[in-house]
Design a protein around this ligand. Structure first.
Ligand code: SF4
Ligand code: SF4
Ligand code: SF4
Ligand code: FES
Length: 923
């Protein structure tokens, strides 16, 4: 499409049943009560000039360009700050108003460089547009007096410039940073003529608290804040609407291109997940798609000691098929398998598991969700009957108490964090359960009511103690628990046991009993209590137990089945939800239906014309064990770097070494490719057509901004491998794959590309009962009928600290980098996080003679690595923390093979370690 300019109604939409009728320039319009005159006029089709107003921000009323006359009122009020009243009659274009506006514009222009013809925003500048709109023809004031034309330019940010000479002090940037992003990095310093936008305490953007979300750039009506890419490439001329491929928030973007070159990504206002906001990764970190490291041709080699040989697609696909079949002939059908990726589209994931089940003839397919959110699938299915979060993101705006457990939304899910912070600034109370004092605990205008610094590995004891308080203090919603759920009384008796009291578990969890009681009371007595959680819940030996523990607590307090409540996983990768939905687990067909269910198998067998194995296949760790044990020989790895992201990397390496054939499909020659015999180049999200499903079950369209640089779509490659193995698979377009998914998956029955193009996105279940999707689940009835209380005994992890390994290592992410960093390390984001650091409490550091910046050796029972220390009292004593974004650190060299009892999700969050000074180098 040509460049899409979304309408700007000037002030935010007001919601509510009450409406008023007003007349603007003789045109009647009905709007919700509380709507501004500016917005009402816009909705009536009357465009009032404006500069300081935009509909993503509350009205400010500083520019005085939007003045109007209102019958029966004196003066010329600003229409952006004036709410409509019933029967109001507004005039927007009288001679007096026109004169006033020209006067205002004259003042602005007299202090603005007149370099429009060479300005990077020429054609996309509201100041320029308004000069035209008000009919400005002359500027009577010269440049002789004081002006800002020589104001310095700040180019410190890798992605955008700040040219103060063009600033009109409208403060849209400041308000965007406050209201939309919630970082409060900008101020207008000085008064009157001296007013100027100032990042932080007056330094550069890079020295300030700015997190580079770009909201201020988007809000700026002039070229003052401008993307560097626009300065370099020029303004874009066409738009493709697509979805971010980084995290599980699933932000919608307008990819804006000039010719075939991507100029910028602009968050899409109609995006259901993000509503026009984004983070630094989605908006700016797309350069990896064109990075010279990308491999664009298929390659093969006989052994991993040989050099790669570039081959044709036919030869590469033929090699995979021939060698896979050869392995099966010699070792049996079960000797090969595949790992699908949560980075890929639903359509790609679907064809991978179809290839395994129909062409490989086994169920040896697993997904990287195994190592992150598999306990979510298990725990929520057991309790609620559906393996997915209960709410849409919008729901948080109705929450009164928000409990964040084992998640760090400001780094991991930044756009959702901005929504959450907005609600917290409005007065909702916050409980943070996390060993680390994450930013959310105290940030501008936000302070958690409780921070429970849980000792890693003891989550279940904490959630049980909260439920104990709710039950024993009579704070439960008995009506809900008895009418909507089953086994409440039995569970209540279990949880009321003295061993679950906060006082009894204080020594285990490290959480003061009084705080735990206080937090439990706060959550249980909230009108609407909402739980959001992340990998700090799931990546434990009791990950599944903890998910069920949270579900128990929510059900006991009646916090399920309406807006503002729920139990919500913050999914890591962009399509974790989708890859699980699509049948990527070895025991489940699409739609979370067990392979042992003959009726379900029958549906697929009829459609695919092949028998499906009734027994679950191998999980990822089982594949590794079987490879080392000599019964598993061939693996197709689709878009995942298991040699960097999986635990106990020595074991992973040994397993990959032992295999006869490792096929890697990826953008780059990643760590896993070091063990590969065939490399199939993948397509970046900018080259893909399909869908992603985000953490709120929202199915978003991914649209190709450019054709695949490799010459082939990934779904096409999978189909060609299956076909070469003797099982013909082929589609003309990914919409046909979605049609097949819909035909065999009841929760997707109503989903089609046409519907998505019409509605923008839908949240599954989407079928005849819910043709427009399901924002909030379990309303009136749980998916499984009655919610099920499950007894969640706390069982300590086998990973124990000892004198040799006295500290606990826990891991996480940082905002600017993503996962193993394959993408973000190849973008300007390296400016923020050039290496993984080890956070250590000052006492633990001092005990070992470690100071900030020292190089330290981190040793666990399975391995060791070195990294620089950051001494920080964000950590509790006895716990250290690092990220895993850089392969050079190889943080997973030290993580162990302990895993969740139900799903084998690795226990990344608890590793007993020791640290020691290596040599004192300061970063
Ligand atoms: S980029 Fe985002 S965080 Fe930085 S100043 Fe602008 S709005 Fe604030
Ligand atoms: S930088 Fe842009 S948005 Fe901010 S005050 Fe200046 S003109 Fe307004
Ligand atoms: S919050 Fe997540 S989905 Fe949204 S722009 Fe950032 S990385 Fe992309
Ligand atoms: S737009 Fe209303 S005062 Fe600026």
């Amino acid at each position: 499409m040509t460049l899409l300019k979304e309408p700007d109604h000037g002030t935010p939409e007001r919601e509510g049943p009450a409406t008023v009728t007003v007349e603007v320039d003789g045109l009647p319009v009905v709007v919700p009560e509380g709507t501004s005159v500016l917005r009402a006029a816009s909705q009536a089709g009357v465009s009032i000039p404006k500069l300081c107003a935009t509909d993503s921000l509350e009205a400010f009323g500083s520019c005085r360009l939007c003045v109007v006359e209102i019958d029966g009122r004196r003066g010329t009020p600003a229409s952006c700050t004036t709410p409509v009243t019933d029967g109001m009659r507004v005039s927007t274009e009288t001679p007096r108003l026109q004169r006033l506006r020209r006067g205002v514009m004259e003042l602005y222009i007299s202090d603005h460089p007149l370099d429009c013809l060479t300005c990077s925003a020429n054609g996309d500048c509201e100041l320029q547009d308004m000069a035209g709109a008000v009919g400005l023809r002359q500027v009577r004031y010269g440049y002789e007096g004081k002006n800002h034309l020589d104001a310095p330019k700040d180019t410190s940010n890798p992605y955008f410039d700040f040219d103060a000479s063009k600033c009109i002090a409208c403060s849209r940037c400041v308000r965007a940073c406050d209201e939309v992003q919630g970082t409060f990095a900008l101020t207008i310093a000085g008064r009157g003529f001296e007013s100027t936008v100032s990042p932080g305490a007056g330094g550069s953007f890079m020295e300030s608290e700015c997190v580079s979300c770009g909201s201020c750039v988007q809000a700026c009506p002039t070229a003052t804040l401008q993307e560097k890419s626009v300065v370099q490439l020029g303004l874009p001329s066409r738009t493709v609407i697509t979805t971010c491929a980084y995290c599980g928030v699933g932000c919608s973007f307008k990819a804006e291109l000039r010719g075939n070159e991507l100029v910028r990504m602009v968050p899409y206002k109609d995006g259901g997940a993000n509503e026009g906001h984004s983070c630094v990764k989605g908006r700016f970190a797309f350069g990896y798609a064109g990075h010279p490291d990308r491999k664009l041709e298929p390659m093969v080699r006989d052994t991993i000691d040989e050099q790669w040989r570039v081959v044709s697609w036919d030869e590469a696909i033929g090699t995979v098929a021939r060698r896979m079949l050869d392995i099966q002939r010699r070792h049996g059908a079960g000797a090969i398998g595949a790992i699908s990726s949560s980075r890929c589209t639903n359509e790609e994931v679907f064809v991978v598991q179809k290839m395994v089940r129909a062409a490989f003839g086994n169920n040896n397919v697993d997904t990287c969700a195994r190592v992150c959110h598999s306990p979510t699938g298990y725990g929520l299915k057991q309790t609620f009957g559906e393996s997915a979060g209960t709410q849409d993101f919008k729901s948080v705006a109705q929450a009164d108490v928000i409990m964040v457990i084992g998640a760090n939304p400001t780094d991991g899910h930044p756009v959702f964090a901005s929504r959450m912070k907005r609600r917290l600034r409005e007065g909702a109370k916050l409980i943070v359960v996390d060993p680390r004092r994450i930013d959310l605990v105290r940030s501008p205008h936000i302070e958690a009511a409780y921070h429970l610094p849980v000792r890693p590995g003891t989550n279940v004891a904490v959630v049980n103690a909260m439920a104990h308080v709710a039950v024993t203090e009579g704070l439960v919603d008995r009506t809900f628990a008895l009418e909507r759920c089953e086994d409440f009384d039995g569970w209540a008796e279990f949880i009321a046991g003295a061993e679950h009291s906060p006082e009894a578990v204080e020594a285990i969890t490290g959480v003061p009993a009084a705080d735990l009681r206080g937090a439990a009371r706060l959550y249980a007595t909230a009108a609407n209590g909402a739980i959001y959680y992340g990998l700090g819940v799931t990546e434990h030996s009791q990950g599944s137990t903890m998910v069920m523990g949270m579900a128990n607590l929510a059900m006991a307090c009646g916090n399920i089945g309406r807006d503002g409540v729920g139990v919500n996983p913050l999914r890591g990768q962009n399509n974790v939800q989708g890859s699980c939905d699509m049948g990527s687990f070895p025991h489940e067909l699409p739609g979370y239906r067990h392979v042992s269910d003959q009726a379900v198998r029958g549906v697929f067998e009829k459609l695919w014309g092949r028998d499906i194995e009734p027994e679950p296949g191998l999980r990822i760790p089982n594949m590794f064990d079987a490879a080392i044990g000599g019964s598993f020989h061939g693996l197709f790895v689709h878009g995942e770097d298991i040699a960097q992201s999986d635990p106990n990397l020595r074991h992973v390496s040994a397993a990959l070494h032992a295999m006869e054939l490792v096929v890697v499909q990826d953008l780059f020659l990643n760590e896993t490719a070091k063990f590969a015999h065939v490399f199939l180049p993948g397509a970046s999200f900018l080259e893909k057509d399909g869908t992603f499903t985000n953490a709120e079950r929202r199915i978003n369209r991914v649209r190709a901004v450019m054709p695949p640089r490799t010459g082939k779509h990934e779904w096409q490659i999978i189909c060609e491998i299956a076909t070469a193995m003797g099982y013909p698979m082929g589609y003309d377009h990914p919409s046909q794959i979605m049609a097949e998914i819909a035909s065999v998956t009841p929760t997707f029955a109503g989903v089609s590309f046409e519907l998505l193009d019409k509605l923008g996105s839908v949240q599954w279940p989407c079928n005849e009962n819910a043709p427009a999707g399901t924002p909030v689940m379990h309303i009136g009835e749980f998916v499984r009928g009655k919610g099920r209380f499950v007894r969640t005994e706390y069982v300590p992890t086998e990973e124990r600290t000892t004198r040799r390994f006295p500290l606990v290592l826990t891991t996480g992410r940082i905002l600017s980098q993503y996962n193993v960093g394959a993408q973000t390390r190849r973008t300007g984001n390296v400016a923020w996080h050039p290496e993984d650091l080890l956070e250590v409490h000052p006492h633990d550091a001092e005990d070992r003679g470690i100071t900030d910046g020292d190089l330290v050796t981190l040793t666990s029972r399975v391995g060791e690595t070195t990294l620089h220390a950051r001494v920080s009292d964000r950590m509790p004593v006895g716990v250290v923390y690092t990220t895993f974004h850089h392969p050079v650190t190889g943080a997973n060299v030290v993580t162990t093979e302990h895993s969740d009892w139900a799903t084998n999700c690795p226990e990344y969050k608890v590793t007993a370690v020791q640290i020691a000074l290596t040599r004192p180098i300061h970063v």
